[in-house]
Design a protein around this ligand. Sequence first.
Ligand SMILES: Cc1cc2nc3c(=O)[nH]c(=O)nc-3n(C[C@H](O)[C@H](O)[C@H](O)COP(=O)(O)OP(=O)(O)OC[C@H]3O[C@@H](n4cnc5c(N)ncnc54)[C@H](O)[C@@H]3O)c2cc1C
Ligand SMILES: NC(=O)C1=CN([C@@H]2O[C@H](COP(=O)(O)OP(=O)(O)OC[C@H]3O[C@@H](n4cnc5c(N)ncnc54)[C@H](OP(=O)(O)O)[C@@H]3O)[C@@H](O)[C@H]2O)C=CC1
Length: 457
Amino acid sequence: MEATFVVIGGGIAGVTCAESLAFLEPEESIILISESSLIKTVCNLYNITKTLANFDVVEQDSQSLTEKFRNVKVIHDTLLHIDDTNLYVETLSGVQIKYKYLCLCMGATPKLIKDAENIPQILGIRDTDSVERLQEKLEKSKKIAIVGNGGIASELVYKLQDVEVHWIIKDKHISATFVDPGAAEFFQTSLTKTDTEKIVSKRMRYSEEDFRKSGAALGPDWYKNLTIKGGSNTPTKLKVHYQSEIESIQSKNDNLVVKLTTNEEIFCDLVVSATGVNPSTNYTIKNSLKLSNDGGILVNEYMQSNIPNIFAAGDICTTNFPPAKHWFQMKLWTQARQMGCYAAKCMSSHNKNEEILQDFCFEMFSHSTKLFGYKVILLGLYNGQKLGNEYEILLRMTKEREYIKFVLQNHKLQGVVLIGDTDLEETCENLILNQLDLSPYGDDILNPDIDIEDYFD
Ligand SMILES: Cc1cc2nc3c(=O)[nH]c(=O)nc-3n(C[C@H](O)[C@H](O)[C@H](O)COP(=O)(O)OP(=O)(O)OC[C@H]3O[C@@H](n4cnc5c(N)ncnc54)[C@H](O)[C@@H]3O)c2cc1C
Ligand SMILES: NC(=O)C1=CN([C@@H]2O[C@H](COP(=O)(O)OP(=O)(O)OC[C@H]3O[C@@H](n4cnc5c(N)ncnc54)[C@H](OP(=O)(O)O)[C@@H]3O)[C@@H](O)[C@H]2O)C=CC1
């Protein structure tokens, strides 16, 4: 078997890459290798601003892709080996597929705490199977511990019902991968809300029917229609263990004893390790691909690895080019989609010997999500990333309504955190991109009596 373009992985990066190739190269053959018959696709895409987009994510039968694009073939199989000298891949079922260009989009797997190897009550979350396992174990649990202070932990803590939750975080404030201590304080009231008081999400989400197995990472609002309930008949109780790490976990008669670096001990039924991801390395290759310290395939500004006709996109790759001032990589859905699309453009341009222009999406970091029931928009260097101590912060907060943080350097906007319905995303994006001198406006820029949007119209 052979194809001009072979793409591996049925997650958002791989599927977007295959779809984009089909559009850009209608006369060339494309093979997508997906481990399952369900693939992730994006629909109802609309741009909120130049860099921010909202979209629905649906899991579709891979046949829909082949029906839509006659030059795409989907093979349900697993990549085992790449022979990059003779340009073919070998799969688990023994098929060899020759390629001219190969794009690796095999995502990542949860990076669990070390005790997980020996203790089955320590779980991670990545795909629908792992969530089902969590649901099953939770039903029998009265008390659980969650370790990690990023996206998954923040979402789980808000969603869990009928269980006592001990949230173990290294930092002085919650949700540290996304927000600063001020915003964490803003979220505090949400933490103590009862289930019925919690704000219902109105954003993109899966329907019950869509929530099926695919092996790919779950995405925005994955928990929306799920019941994630413990086995306690009392309402959810939460205790946050700040500046704590796990020292050891012992399993005693199906119960776990979690010892923290603060010497505290937690007796619980289950531990959820929400401690980040490791890029997939579940294949072999004849010559070496250069990897970053975190195991990601290093890619240049054209999503190209050190082996010229092997490209990579999404959670499996680590960017290795001087980024634009306001951009940095994070393992997120949006970036996986953008990289999948851009890798397709790069491979196609390479194939046609055309010049490649870097995509606008690498100009500025942008992320739209939901935390503790609030809309959260992060733009540019929203936490002062890359700025050292050389920046100022302007804040405006109205309890339970909005939290706005501007990060300024030399009176120019470098990043923002917008929580709640602020309607400021477009204005802020423009101010970051065009680096307007804001000194004439002073602190008035966040004066609630002034409509910033009008100001900069
Ligand atoms: C619980 C959860 C919630 C999240 N929420 C958000 C959110 O709200 N917003 C956001 O922006 N991001 C979110 N993310 C992150 C986002 O889902 C990922 O960044 C994104 O899906 C990565 O896409 P990908 O295509 O690179 O990888 P994946 O989705 O991991 O897809 C990789 C695919 O490759 C397949 N594969 C692996 N190895 C092989 C092989 N050897 N051969 C063939 N196929 C293989 C896998 O089965 C999988 O289908 C969330 C992640 C999780 C786990
Ligand atoms: N709403 C959203 O946008 C969501 C996004 N996601 C994405 O899905 C992926 C997986 O999510 P998640 O697992 O939460 O990963 P994240 O990278 O978001 O967070 C991992 C957290 O675990 C901490 N950590 C790492 N190792 C340890 C350890 N050994 N002990 C204690 N804490 C540790 C990290 O701290 P430190 O950084 O200090 O190492 C960090 O706080 C991420 O790419 C995430 O961005 C997931 C859910 C929602």
